[in-house]
Write a protein that binds this ligand. Structure first.
Ligand code: MN
Length: 129
């Protein structure tokens, strides 16, 4: 497949800069959003191949973003990967219940991130820590 378009919703500038750099080196196009509403708007207008979302955001959280995306027929098919420091089992359950297609733990492992994204794009792995 051609290189995918990735929407990354993240309010932490350091994470945004790091993830964007790593993914762009791999040839992905990265669309940035630093809050939930902007993320939802860009999901609609840009139709990314995959969405990575932080959970804790200044306006609406990653669970609500995912719920909204999964209820809209235009975006329901797009894989949504939660990226969060919450690693408790309960947090994972919340992510799954919200309809996320996968989960990446923070701190981000930049050596693993490209493989994780590739696997999610291939639909290989639902839970790709
Ligand atoms: Mn955050």
């Amino acid at each position: 497949m051609g290189k995918a378009k990735i929407l990354y919703i993240e309010d932490n500038l350091d994470n945004m800069t790091l993830v964007k750099r790593v993914l762009e080196i791999e040839g992905y196009e990265v669309i940035e959003a630093d809050n939930g509403r902007e993320g939802l708007a860009k999901a609609m207008s840009r139709r990314p191949d995959i969405i990575i979302t932080d959970i804790n955001l200044p306006d609406i959280d990653g669970y609500e973003i995912t719920d909204t995306l999964k209820k809209a027929k235009e975006t329901a098919h797009i894989p949504v990967i939660a990226m969060t420091a919450n690693v408790m089992k309960k947090d994972r359950e919340n992510v799954l219940q919200a309809g996320c297609d996968g989960y990446i733990s923070k701190p981000i492992d930049i050596d693993e991130l490209p493989n994780q994204i590739e696997n999610f794009l291939k639909g290989k792995s639902r839970w790709n820590k």
